[in-house]
Design a protein around this ligand. Structure first.
Ligand code: ADP
Ligand code: MG
Length: 817
């Protein structure tokens, strides 16, 4: 893209000859500028030029309101500017003298980063080799735009300059000084550089350990900026390995300002990345078109996008840094909300559903026969569910409830309503074991009310609740092919009312006669795509998504704004709290003894391995080593099992099944054990390096025990917890409520860590903090307004927004249009 300044020049020349009567273009000059300025701005070669562009008002033209004299002056200024622009485009410095408007210049095209755009690969940037690009690739950065959105984790505040006489020990300080001398030294045998620098108030020593090469760069009398910590050594101040760079008035990169700290990977170095980012930001940030409708930006007083990007990297001060973050966070939340609104609309308004009549008789028979009374929360949620099922729009509801809060009973009532309406219901679980557990639970609940006619491993039939037999089946991969085909046939023919299964349920060869309700358990293991393919199984079935991950309301509304929310916020009475304690390293032996005693009493235990790195491969290796160590040195007489993410699904299932059957005493596992497994006989959970897990994750681990009637225990091992680690351990010891923990967790961590947004099929949140409820609500309300005005983003003022939406939601093509 390059700006064609030819037409504007011609027009201005014509205007001159017509006495500045605004008659050179049909519709007036402002109208021309309105179309011209956007693309022109996007191809201006430098920041300086861009700011001239703005100063001249080329981006918000008001030519028609100027007097003739003003128009004349303005036209001259603009022509000068255009001339400069041409020269700058050729890499020459602009001519200091202005050209007269009536000199007829040759129209030249400025050469401005011609075919590179923000979406070009980073290798198209000068100085980025493919080797460097592959390192960035590891950080998820492949295009120039990715680089612009590759934000620092934080900034070092090197903005406060001091003189040498003002230095304070132990502080991060910045000085500007002259180099008096620089020599190579060998403190403790390490080849290092030592320098004496001075300003008008005194001298100070500087040491860069293990870096003898600096000697060559630090020429005597050079003026440099130093930023770093000052220590007292032998009674005198010394800067130890500070950041430094030659002094210049502006555009400092490493010192003397708020200095970005970028995430790194092997082979990327702070100075290198900072320098590179500075170049990228200066050259490219202002070329990113601002997709946000101006009305929204102005109404909420947000920074313009190019400025926000630039200030997020190299902020002028803390205040503008915060404003940059706000703008970028707003974008994420706004785009997310807009997409989610589109999805919901498409699902609910876009297509008619399957209204289900609530059969009170069937429902009461079921509920009266349960061996317990529903909690108030279950009653409330059941009412919400039934209310949705009766509506002609397909339901789209998220059911949240802590582990053991009784979600399955509520879901079963819904499935029963589908059957009572001569339709079908399906329940999908993320693993075979969970599917089996659900099948067993549902069967148990129904068996209490009904007479069981027929019972095989995967097909149950009950009479006494419907006027006809009620058939419940389980469909999982492990079922032999012939029986599977038979099940498929029965589902297609409507002979099966309720089917429980895994992904097997959404495969092509499974067809339902009339699927009216689909329940998805542990939804964060399911991608959005899988959810929607289950939806396609029926004539727009109602969908109920269940999760035991206690997602705070604000988070749920953001990430799952396409779902209505029901919460079971109460456990059935009489549940025992899991006794939770964090132990110091010297208590390890007694912890093992305790564990051994519980196993002696016939119980089972989990040991979660230390979290070494987020890498599955590293974790698997660590777990294997720990399993071996425990088997050999600590529990040679007990039966230990091993579970980690690198095992095949079948092997995982096998181990879990053995644990479930009591053939394994202790399951040594990585964090993969986190999701919804139910082994009531397990009473001890031991978590290594517990201080390194988040609160919600610890709560999920803890939820693996305390599922039976026995008192259960959770032992948290922590070697040297950090302050934050200690705080978390303290909270988890004292708080049992999952929602309260999740709120605490969100406060302490970013949303990305809290909840992998990537795997949930939603755009990434990098800048947004979901604890920032105020911004979240602003974003929701702005998204709502845009959506109501222009649902398909067809209006011209939404053209860029539409483009941005399809980019951000591209992994979801088809879902949002
Ligand atoms: P979730 O799926 O929410 O973890 P489940 O639905 O599996 O919980 O219920 C956990 C256990 O609690 C089951 O054994 C269930 O029968 C039982 N249960 C459910 N609701 C109640 C209740 N209101 N009172 C007592 N026990 C209940
Ligand atoms: Mg459950």
């Amino acid at each position: 893209m390059s700006v064609d300044i030819g037409p504007l020049r011609k027009i201005l020349e014509l205007e001159h000859s017509r006495g500045y009567s605004d008659s050179a273009v049909i519709g007036g000059l402002d109208r021309f500028l309105g179309n011209w300025s956007g693309p022109a701005m996007a191809s201006i070669p430098s920041r300086r030029a861009l700011s001239r562009f703005r100063k001249l008002g080329l981006d918000k033209s008001s030519y028609d309101s100027l007097t003739v004299e003003q128009r004349q002056q303005w036209a001259r200024d603009v022509l000068d500017f255009l001339t400069e622009l041409e020269h700058e485009g050729e890499g020459k410095p602009g001519p200091g003298t202005a050209r007269k408007a009536d000199q007829s210049p040759r129209a030249r095209q400025p050469k401005v980063s011609t075919d590179i755009s923000p979406d070009s690969p980073i290798t198209s940037v000068k100085g980025i080799s493919s080797a460097l690009a592959s390192k960035f690739g590891k950080l998820g950065v492949t295009t120039i735009r990715d680089l612009l959105y590759f934000f620092p984790n934080r900034h070092l505040d090197y903005s406060q300059r001091k003189t040498i006489s003002q230095l304070t020990q132990g502080e991060e300080e910045t000085i500007i000084a002259n180099v008096w001398q620089a020599t190579e030294t060998r403190p403790g045998g390490r080849r290092s550089t030592e320098a004496i620098v001075g300003d008008e108030t005194g001298n100070v020593r500087v040491v860069w350990f293990n870096n003898p090469y600096l000697v060559r760069q630090l020429a005597p009398n050079m003026r440099i900026v130093l930023s770093g910590r000052v220590r007292l050594f032998n009674g005198r101040y010394v800067f130890e390995s500070p950041e430094w760079e030659p002094w210049q008035d502006t555009d400092l990169v490493h010192t003397g300002r708020l200095v970005p700290v970028y995430p790194l990977t092997r082979g990327l170095y702070p100075r290198q990345v900072r320098k590179l980012m500075k170049g990228i930001v200066d050259q490219w940030a202002w070329q990113v078109p601002d997709f946000l409708p101006a009305s929204v930006r102005e109404h909420r007083n947000l920074l313009e996008l190019p400025r926000a990007i630039s200030e997020a990297h190299y902020p002028d001060d803390n205040e503008v840094k915060d404003r940059a973050r706000t703008r970028l966070a707003f974008d994420e939340l706004f785009l997310l909300q807009l997409g989610v609104l589109g999805r919901k609309w498409e699902w609910q308004e876009g297509q008619p559903g399957n209204p289900l009549h609530t059969s009170r008789e069937v429902l009461d028979t079921f509920i009266d026969s349960l061996p317990f009374k529903l909690t108030a929360a279950q009653e409330r949620v059941l009412a919400e569910l039934l209310n949705d099922l009766e509506r002609p729009q397909p339901m789209s509801r998220l059911l949240e409830g802590d582990v053991g809060s009784g979600k399955t009973v509520v879901a079963t009532a819904g499935l029963l309503m589908a059957a009572a309406n001569d339709c079908q219901g399906a329940l999908m679980a993320p693993t075979e074991i969970l599917a089996e557990q659900h099948f067993a639970t549902i069967s148990r609940l129904l068996a209490a009310v009904t007479h069981t006619d027929e019972e095989s491993g995967y097909l149950h039939s009950y009479s006494g609740i419907l006027p006809r037999p009620l058939t419940v089946a389980m469909l999982i991969g492990a079922i032999p092919a012939a029986q599977k085909r038979e099940l498929h046939r029965m589902i297609r023919g409507g002979e099966i009312d309720i089917v429980v299964g895994t992904h097997a349920l959404i495969q092509k060869d499974v067809e339902f006669r009339q699927l009216a309700l689909a329940v998805v358990d542990e939804q964060h293991r399911f991608g959005v795509e899988q959810r929607s393919s289950l939806r396609q199984k029926g004539h727009n079935p109602h969908v109920l998504v269940m999760t035991a991950t206690p997602i705070p309301r604000t988070l749920a509304l953001t990430l799952y704004g396409d779902l209505d929310l029901s919460v079971i916020d109460q456990l059935p009475p009489g549940r025992q709290a899991v006794k939770t304690r964090w132990l110091k390293p010297e208590q390890r032996r007694s912890a093992y003894n305790f564990l051994r005693r519980e196993i002696g009493n016939g119980r089972q235990a989990f040991i979660i391995c230390p979290l070494i790195e987020e890498s599955e491969a590293v974790q698997a290796k660590a777990a294997t080593a720990e399993h071996e160590r425990l088997s050999r040195e600590v529990f040679p007489d007990l039966k230990l099992g091993l579970l980690h993410g690198r095992m095949s699904a079948t092997d995982k299932e096998k181990v879990m099944r053995r644990f479930y059957a009591g053939e394994i005493d202790i399951l040594v596992s990585t964090a993969v054990v986190e999701v919804g497994i139910d082994v009531p006989n397990a009473t001890v959970m031991m978590v290594e390096s517990a201080d390194r897990f988040g609160l919600s994750q610890l709560h999920q681990f803890r939820g693996r025990v305390g599922r039976g009637t026995e008192q259960s225990y959770c032992m948290l091992m922590a070697e040297e917890p950090s302050d934050v680690g200690l705080q978390r351990l303290d909270i988890i010891e004292n708080v049992q409520d999952g929602f309260q923990l999740a709120e605490e967790d969100l406060k302490m961590r970013g949303p990305g860590e809290f909840f992998g947004t990537r795997q949930s099929g939603l755009p990434d949140l990098r800048m947004a903090r979901l604890s920032d409820v105020a911004l979240l609500e602003i974003a929701r309300s702005e998204a709502q307004k845009v959506f109501e005005k222009d649902r398909n983003l067809e209006k011209p003022e939404h053209a860029l927004l539409l483009k941005e939406m399809s980019r951000v939601w591209s992994s979801e093509a088809g879902e949002w249009s």
